[in-house]
Design a protein around this ligand. Structure first.
Ligand code: GLA
Length: 378
């Protein structure tokens, strides 16, 4: 977002600006709310937030992509869904005892919405970074991720884990972030040599809250309870799952096998081995966790069958949205063109999301972690 755009909307320059990226998860799906392991990487597309204290009694929030300005106070939440993420962040910081003056807030996002690339986490993290900059708040990047997750759970109604917010707050685009979602211990790992990430949208929209996301989480909690453990992370092995009813057994089997795949993938895997783990992850998400769709299955199969692809799977929560593939670095463009053409012959309309034309660096060497930082712009 340029300062002039803020200027156009609010008639003055912003006092603080910040940005945060979306993410694509390479492996470790539906494991984070089970205290498990995840392996996301940031994408090149960012969400930018700019703020300025206003002389009003209300907050004014303008979203460029929606062409809309909404007003609210910290006692009167906005009705618009997109604004609830920003409101939630402001409210949570306010509830820690920080006085937040009425603000003009400008949001511009390159992160595709509703496809599984964490546009909401990017919005939350960018909002909190901008607030940190504006008010000189002593928040570190992990605290920002925790507040952002709470904003999503308490104000947007999705009982999400912490992967997306940690990835947006801490991951870079050139190395994946191996995160233990229980301890928040983490380290970055390189992508397998000679490989690059390709993300294609299936064109089938999804809605997290309306989908079975919260239902899956509840099923995992029920399974853990029946097994007498705090979370599925604590189940010692697949044999323990035999005591569960079939549906819960399959849900839990996905979580256990997915955790194992993440841990195997970071043991200096070749691109072929990493790709095979991604293929197995998709099968598990489709058959055991049942969060795929016919369109996602088709797109994943087309990717898996195309030369130059090491492996492919749905990414994010599922129920529609995007697929991620690990490709030979020099084959990405060809794979995308071939697969999208085949996909359109089946009557579906897909599109390439990563690498994006405006952010070609997002599948290769890119920005180091933490460089998407908040700063003042005047
Ligand atoms: C969404 C949630 C995450 C995670 C994924 C599935 O992106 O926000 O916390 O659970 O789904 O892996």
């Amino acid at each position: 977002m340029s300062a002039s755009t803020f200027q156009q909307v609010f008639g003055a320059a912003s006092e603080a600006v910040a940005q945060a990226p979306g993410r694509v998860n390479l492996l470790g799906e539906h494991t984070d709310y089970n205290d498990g392991f995840v392996l996301p990487v940031a994408i090149g597309q960012q969400t930018r937030v700019a703020m300025r204290r206003n002389a009003d009694t209300q907050f004014a929030l303008h979203a460029v992509e929606l062409g809309e300005t909404v007003q609210f106070t910290l006692d009167r939440p906005p009705a618009e869904h997109f604004a609830s993420y920003v409101f939630g962040c402001l409210k949570l910081v306010h509830d820690t005892g920080v006085a937040i003056p009425p603000l003009d807030i400008h949001v511009a996002s390159e992160v595709p919405i509703g496809v599984g690339l964490s546009s909401s986490a990017a919005l939350e993290v960018a909002t909190l970074r901008c607030l940190r900059s504006l008010l000189s708040l002593p928040l570190d990047d992990v605290e920002i991720a925790r507040l952002a997750q709470r904003a999503e759970i308490e104000f947007a109604g999705v009982r999400c884990g912490i992967m997306d917010q940690m990835a947006s707050s801490l991951a870079g685009t050139d190395r994946a972030l191996l995160l233990d979602t229980r301890s928040l211990e983490r380290r970055t790992v390189p992508l397998p040599e000679g490989s690059a990430v390709l993300v294609l949208d299936s064109g089938v929209p999804r809605s997290l809250a309306a989908s079975g996301y919260n239902e899956r989480r509840a099923q995992c909690e029920e399974a853990a309870q029946l097994l007498g453990v705090a979370s599925l992370r604590d189940v010692p092995g697949l044999e323990s799952l035999q005591r569960l009813p079939d549906l819960l057994m399959r849900r839990a089997r996905h979580v256990l096998s997915e955790n194992a795949r993440v841990l195997q993938a970071v043991q200096s895997c070749s691109a072929q081995e990493f790709g095979a783990l991604m293929n197995a992850s998709h099968a598990s998400l489709r058959d055991d966790y049942e969060v795929s769709t016919p369109e996602l299955d088709l797109l994943v199969s087309l990717l898996q069958e195309t030369p130059g692809v090491f492996g492919a799977r749905l990414t994010g929560a599922g129920f529609g949205g995007a697929c991620v593939a690990l490709c030979a670095a020099d084959a990405v463009d060809r794979v995308a063109a071939t697969v999208l053409a085949q996909y359109s012959r089946s009557g579906q309309q897909g599109r390439q999301l990563v690498p994006s034309a405006s952010n070609p660096g997002s599948s290769g060497p890119g920005r180091p972690p933490g460089s998407a930082s908040a700063g003042r712009a005047r």
